[in-house]
Design a protein. Structure first.
Length: 318
């Protein structure tokens, strides 16, 4: 079920303990520049026809390269936590129900209900870094840069894929955080356009009787899911040298990234979106705006398949 903007009277009041899921929540106008034209013609007996015209430019603002921290209600797995996460997809919950659909991932084609962001789960060595940016790095390996370093000619190295987008000086944030990926890593991990709608949804919940914790009273939230399971380490014996060296858990890094301008490289064949083959280009790397990031540590499975088979009682099979 998809939703467009509703008034408070049109929203359904759920009973305590109930939850309702929706495909999306589409804004009436997506973020970006618009032009409004008005024309009025007057004519009458003995009067020469006259036409009045007026055009007004306006901008619908919204996050583009930076996402305010207050927009995020919660993330899972929790930052810095060590636990068993095999078979669990990371997720981020937003306070604003239409945030994943506020911007256009592509200016053309039938992508109105396609989110402009994605949640990427990465391993440490998949995020490229260099010593020159070490002072500007966060623990999650995102680097603080000028926003123009994402797409402007001269600011972006020639072997980096430039997104198909243009600057909006009136609303663009001057600085942002970015991550650099090898193009093959990007192609392998970034969701396809037709997959993105299945990695996002809206939840309407009844918040009566719940601890507040900054939760919105209206109970509306948007959710983005990752498309990759966490890396989990092999089972390590307690007290072993591997356990003492910290090899009993695996570090996973999650980045919420903007896909604006990259739709052509993530399209299979949606209407109006030209499919571009990144593998056949001379570009080697991709730079993405990181809107939020965190890390967590996955412990080995509680019971590995090998241990289950070793403990199998073969007498019962006779």
């Amino acid at each position: 079920m998809a939703l467009k903007e509703q008034t408070a009277e049109e929203q359904t009041k759920l009973k305590a303990g109930q939850i309702r899921f929706y495909d999306n929540y589409l804004p009436s106008l997506k973020a970006g520049p618009y032009s409004v034209s008005v024309e009025q013609s007057l004519e009458g007996d003995g009067v020469d026809p006259v036409c009045f015209k007026r055009q007004q430019e306006l901008i619908v603002s919204g996050p583009r390269f930076v996402l305010p921290a207050q927009e995020i209600h919660s993330v899972f797995p929790s930052p810095g936590i060590q636990a068993h996460y095999e078979g669990v997809l990371p997720q981020v919950i937003f306070r604003k129900r239409n945030l994943p659909w506020e911007r256009k991932v592509y200016d053309k084609g039938n992508t109105h209900s396609t989110p402009w962001m994605a949640l990427l789960l990465l391993e440490e060595d998949e995020i490229l870094t260099d010593n020159a940016t070490a002072d500007n790095q966060l623990r999650t390996k995102s680097v603080s840069r000028k926003s123009e370093a994402l797409f402007e000619s001269g600011a972006l190295p020639s072997n980096y894929l430039p997104p198909q987008m243009s600057a909006s000086p009136e609303t663009d944030e001057p600085n942002c955080y970015t991550i650099d990926l090898d193009k093959q890593t990007f192609l392998q991990l970034a969701p396809q356009l037709d997959e993105l709608p299945y990695l996002s949804h809206v939840r309407e919940v009844n918040t009566d009787g719940k601890e507040f914790l900054g939760m919105h009273a209206d109970g509306w939230f948007a959710v983005m899911l990752g498309n990759r399971l966490p890396k989990t380490p092999p089972e390590v014996a307690a007290g072993s040298q591997a356990a003492l060296e910290g090899q009993s858990f695996a570090r996973n890094i999650v980045h919420l990234v903007s896909l604006e301008g990259f739709a052509g490289y993530l399209a299979k064949k949606p209407e109006g979106v030209y499919r571009q083959n990144l593998s056949n280009t001379t570009y080697e790397y991709v730079r993405l705006a990181s809107l939020a990031s965190w890390e967590f540590y996955a412990k080995p499975p509680v019971e590995s398949f090998e241990k289950i088979m070793d403990q199998l009682c073969t007498e019962m099979l006779r």
